[in-house]
Ligand binder design. Structure first.
Ligand code: GLV
Ligand code: MG
Length: 349
């Protein structure tokens, strides 16, 4: 086991020291851009003003013959655009692919100082994080990168889910984790053909009415992702890193996308991926706390400024635990308000 004192030592001579605290940033949507497409790259300067994170995708959905063009396109869009307070991430190819090594070496060499986070797909265990951690430190040292590039794992293999706690705490370079429902479904041999969301056949049936076994019965669809999101959120919260929902593939069903995002938000996730511009507004609505909830949270904090004791508000008991929940909502609302004055006005800040 690594000794506590060594945990925050740079892994290469000349690499920047690992961060002790994660940067405080709003990351409600991680917006995916296919960087080999010039037309979509040209929209990045506009996109930067609308989203919290821009991600250049190099992995799945990029055709094999465009892998090199996507890498070069990402370097071009990283160099040519000012990202300001908007995050710049890339999703590299998987560790066992023929492209991953060049993805990392070329990108860190060219734009390591502009890159905030590398998203690593198909993480099976802490050993995958350790490898990228060491490689990044070597490249940061070689290219004199000033701040450490963080790692975001995709939780999308059965083995990864088994090892989720060890992955979350594998390195101080860990930023967080996203659920990858499409690859996870394949890895688990789930009998679905979707990218996230529910399935009409995953349900529980109400009891039959007495004496009427053939009468129609209500069916209640269940959330296929509840177990994994719960497990991921606990692992991330315990390790002090961030949890996210990943992709929702049915762009025509904004209501279902919103429901999936909201379930993730309520369970502790901070954002989701947006693969289509129509999903940006959905993520913004869902992952910015509801002004009515914020107003109630304010009432709690005003009624018990130091969180001690218990009070009744609108007939509901409040104590240390609800005070802490209120603080989570208020802190998030303050972050949203700092970026979005219109939301700030609705929160009354
Ligand atoms: C994302 O990468 C997924 O597989 O869902
Ligand atoms: Mg995947």
């Amino acid at each position: 086991m690594k000794l506590p004192r060594q945990f925050f030592a740079p892994l290469a001579i000349g690499a920047p020291a690992p961060m002790r605290e994660l940067p405080v940033r709003l990351e409600r949507m991680i917006h995916f851009v296919p960087p080999h497409m010039e037309k979509l790259r040209a929209r990045v300067p506009e996109m930067v003003k609308q989203v919290d994170v821009v991600l250049g995708n190099l992995e799945d959905a990029i055709p094999v013959e465009a892998k090199g063009a996507a890498r070069l396109g990402f370097i071009e869009m990283a160099k040519s655009v000012d990202y300001g307070a908007t995050g710049l991430w890339t999703r590299i190819n998987a560790l066992n692919s023929p492209w991953m090594l060049d993805d990392v070496t070329e990108i860190v060499g060219a734009v390591g100082d502009k890159l905030d986070v590398i998203m690593l797909p198909k993480v099976d265990g802490p050993w995958d994080i350790h490898y990228l951690d060491q490689l990044l430190a070597q490249l940061e040292a070689r290219h004199k990168v000033k701040k450490p590039i963080l790692i975001h794992a995709i939780l999308e293999t059965a083995q990864g889910v088994n090892n989720v706690e060890a992955i979350a705490s594998a390195s101080p370079r860990m930023h967080g984790m996203s659920l990858g429902p499409a690859d996870l479904a394949a890895s688990r041999a789930m009998k679905t053909t979707r990218v996230g969301g529910g399935h009409p056949e995953y349900k529980v049936l109400a009891d039959a009415a007495p004496g009427a076994p053939d009468a129609p019965r209500a069916a209640y669809q269940q959330d296929l992702w509840h177990y994994t999101i719960g497990k991921m959120v606990d692992a991330c919260a315990a390790a002090g890193i961030k949890a996210f929902y990943g992709p929702f593939g049915d762009f025509s069903d904004s209501a279902a996308c919103e429901a999936q995002f909201r379930n993730a938000f309520l369970m502790g996730c901070l954002g989701a991926w947006t693969l289509h511009p129509s999903q940006i507004g959905i993520a913004k609505t869902v992952f910015s706390p509801d002004p009515a909830e914020v107003a109630f949270a304010k009432k709690i904090v005003e009624a018990m400024p130091d969180g001690a004791g218990a009070v009744m508000i609108d007939g509901k008991m409040q104590d240390d635990a609800t005070w802490k929940q209120a603080k989570v909502l208020l802190d998030l609302a303050k972050l949203v308000a700092a970026k979005d004055p219109e939301m700030g006005a609705r929160y009354g800040f």
